[in-house]
Design a binder for this molecule. Structure first.
Ligand SMILES: [Fe+2]
Ligand SMILES: [Fe+2]
Length: 278
């Protein structure tokens, strides 16, 4: 019985669809954590998670930035929080666990542990060296030719900005995490890394602006994490912070995994802890 994880399925790409088609549990009792960036259209997100939900005993999802885009080709025109809540309602209807549902407790091997899917977004505090405000940081990113598509497609409505939405998400998520039984460890699942460390190896360091928030830097300690699961960077590896493994479990784009000359990343085991650190 395994707690498995993957993120950044990006099923718009045919090569990735083939891989997702082949994903299977190792046992009938395995759970699967999907840490965001399944797809951009509501239809693709729901179809993919619905298929996985039929194969795994439980599927736990948290949105990536791509799920929150309102792309021109999606007949669902909802923006921002309305789009997020529409996805939550639809996926919940299929039995998928979302960040708005009670956190399930993993009682299989390596447990017990509270599995907490988090949606806390980013707030432009992972700033490039020598910049001290969002404006300065964005200016430096623009000068380096780096601007995330989120700036055009990830609408924060009804919040005035993505960082305001992030602040609201941090507040409601903290109060949920504070109420977890302190006797239980957790597995924290978020699309974005909870600590800045993994962004240090980005090819374009300015891209870190769209990758997280300093406000979660101590959450793996504060909330007794047995593991942290994240994606978004498309750099699959495990680092350890304060003795806690932080696992980047992305599949990524076909051009990325094909360039590595190794088999494309499949499911990563989170519990029981496989021990290996990449
Ligand atoms: Fe991604
Ligand atoms: Fe992402």
């Amino acid at each position: 019985m395994n707690l498995l994880a993957i993120s950044d399925l990006h099923v718009r790409h045919a090569g990735n669809r083939d891989i997702v088609e082949g994903l299977r549990p190792e046992s009938d009792e395995d759970w699967l954590v999907v840490a965001g960036d399944v797809a951009e259209t509501v239809e693709d997100v729901v179809r993919t998670l619905g298929t996985l939900n039929e194969r795994f005993a439980k599927v736990v999802w948290t949105p990536g930035n791509h799920e929150l885009w309102t792309p021109p080709n999606d007949p669902v025109r909802l923006r921002g929080e309305e789009r997020y809540l529409h996805l939550v309602q639809t996926l919940r209807g299929l039995g998928v666990v979302t960040p708005e549902d009670p956190y399930p407790v993993w009682r299989g091997a390596g447990g017990p542990a509270v599995i907490a899917p988090l949606f806390v977004l980013y707030d432009y505090t992972f700033r490039p060296q020598g910049t001290y405000s969002k404006e300065e940081a964005l200016e430096a990113a623009r000068a380096a030719g780096v601007i995330a598509t989120d700036e055009y497609l990830l609408h924060p409505d009804p919040y005035p900005s993505r960082e305001a939405w992030c602040r609201a998400r941090l507040a409601c998520t903290r109060s949920r995490l504070d109420r977890i039984d302190p006797a239980l460890p957790t597995v924290l699942v978020n699309h974005f890394p909870l600590v800045r460390e993994p962004t240090r190896v980005l090819r374009c360091p300015e891209f870190a602006l769209w990758c997280g928030t300093e406000a979660t830097a101590d959450w793996h300690v504060r909330y007794r994490a047995a593991a942290v699961v994240y994606g978004h960077l498309h750099i699959p590896r495990t680092i350890e912070c304060d003795g806690v493994p932080h696992r980047e479990v992305s599949l990524g784009y076909p051009r990325e995994w094909r360039s590595r000359r190794t088999a494309p990343p499949g499911l990563s085991r989170v519990l029981p802890d496989p021990g290996e650190r990449r």
